[in-house]
Design a protein around this ligand. Structure first.
Ligand code: F6P
Length: 325
C-alpha cells in the first residue's frame, strides 16, 4: 500500500475526546507507515498554512485532556471558493494527500464542500461535538462527557433546590438539538425537559410542577435547552409571573459543559474512530464520516451525516414524564 501524508485538524466547538482522536489518528497512521501533519486552528489555520509534522511523541499525555491541543476556530473564509482554494494550495505545498477533519456539523459541512471542489484530496470526517446532532452515528465524541458534567452540576443544584424548596430552570447547551437536555433530564431525575423540537405550554409545565409539589416533592428541576429567545430565563420569568407562589431560580451552565477530562467512554470511542479514519484512508474511501451504528463501525457519506435529522427522541421525552410522576 502506498504511504500517505495525512493532515489532521479539529474545527468548530471543541469537545472532550478530540485529543484522544488526534492521538489515535497520529499513532495509527504512523504505525501503518504513513506521515502525519497537524493543522492548527481548524480550517482557518489550513488557509494560513499553520501546519506541523507530528510524531508519536507529539501526542504523548493528551488522552486525558479536554479541549483540543490543535486549537480550533469557526471559519467563515473556508465557506468561499477563494478560501478553499487557498486551503488546497497549502495542502499541496505540505504534500498532504488525505485530510481527517474532527468536529461537528459545520466541520463536516466544510469537508463536504471542500471535497466537492478538490476531489484529489481524500476527506474523512470524525464526529466530535457535545450536541450529538450528527446523522448515521449512534453518538458523537464529547457527548458522554458533557452529559456527565451536566449530571454532576444538577446533582449539586438539587441539594440547594431541595433545601430551599425551589424550582430551578437549568439551561444546557445543544444548539438546536435537544439530546443533551432530554438525556440529562433522565440522568438527573428532572421533573421536566424542554427541548427545541417540542412546543412547551407554560400552563402544562406549571401544573406538572405543582402536581409534583402536592405529592410532597419539595423541589423541581426543569432542564431547558439553550435558545436565543426561549431559554431558561424565558420559562422562569413566565412561571414566576403566572404562579408567584413558586420560588424560582435559574442556572445557566454555559461553557463549563464543554470542558473537562473526557470520560472513559469518550476516550474509547475517540480512539477507535481515530484509528478507523486511518483505515478509511487506506481503503480509498472519499468524503465519508466514520461512525458507530448499532455497535458496528460504519462509513457514512458526509452528505448524509450533516442532513437535518429528527433531533429529539420522543421515547426519551416520554420517559422523563413517566419517571417524574
Ligand atoms: O456546538 C457546540 C456548542 O457548544 C453548542 O452547544 C453551542 O450552541 C455552541 O457550541 C456555542 O458556541 P460558541 O462557543 O462558539 O459560543
Amino acid at each position: 500500500m502506498k504511504s500517505k501524508v495525512i493532515g489532521v485538524l479539529t474545527s468548530g466547538g471543541d469537545a472532550p475526546g478530540m485529543n484522544a482522536a488526534v492521538r489515535a489518528v497520529t499513532r495509527a497512521a504512523i504505525a501503518n507507515g504513513h506521515k502525519v501533519k497537524a493543522i492548527y486552528h481548524g480550517y482557518q489555520g489550513l488557509i494560513n498554512g499553520e501546519i506541523e509534522d507530528f510524531t508519536t511523541e507529539s501526542v504523548s499525555g493528551i488522552i486525558s485532556r479536554g479541549g483540543t491541543i490543535l486549537k480550533t476556530a469557526r471559519c467563515r473564509d473556508f465557506t468561499s471558493i477563494e478560501g478553499q482554494t487557498k486551503a488546497y494550495e497549502q495542502l499541496k505545498k505540505a504534500g498532504i494527500d488525505s485530510l481527517i477533519c474532527i468536529g461537528g456539523n459545520g466541520t463536516l459541512t466544510g469537508a463536504l464542500e471542500f471535497a466537492a471542489e478538490f476531489d484529489d484530496v481524500q476527506c474523512i470526517g470524525i464526529p466530535a461535538t457535545i450536541d450529538n446532532d450528527i446523522n448515521g452515528t449512534d453518538e458523537t465524541i464529547g457527548y458522554d462527557t458533557t452529559l456527565n458534567t451536566i449530571m454532576d452540576c444538577v446533582d449539586k443544584i438539587r441539594d440547594t433546590a431541595a433545601s430551599h424548596e425551589r424550582i430551578f430552570f437549568v439551561e444546557v447547551m445543544g444548539r438546536d438539538a435537544g439530546w443533551l437536555a432530554q438525556s440529562s433530564a433522565i440522568a438527573c431525575g428532572a421533573e421536566a425537559a424542554i427541548v427545541p423540537e417540542e412546543q412547551t405550554n407554560v400552563d402544562q409545565l406549571a401544573q406538572y410542577i405543582e402536581k409534583g409539589i402536592r405529592k410532597s416533592k419539595n423541589s423541581s428541576i426543569v432542564i431547558v435547552s439553550e435558545s436565543p429567545d426561549c431559554g431558561a430565563m424565558h420559562y422562569a420569568e413566565r412561571v414566576t409571573k403566572e404562579y408567584p407562589e413558586f420560588d424560582v431560580r435559574v442556572s445557566i451552565l454555559g461553557h463549563m459543559q464543554r470542558g473537562g477530562s473526557p470520560t472513559a467512554h469518550d476516550r474509547i470511542i475517540a480512539s477507535a474512530l481515530g484509528a478507523f479514519a486511518v483505515q478509511a484512508i487506506e481503503e480509498g474511501q472519499h468524503n465519508v464520516m466514520v461512525g458507530i451504528s448499532n455497535g458496528e463501525f460504519v462509513y457514512v457519506p458526509l452528505a448524509k451525516a450533516i442532513k437535518v435529522q429528527d433531533k429529539s427522541d420522543k421515547t426519551l421525552l416520554d420517559l422523563v414524564k413517566t419517571l417524574s410522576n
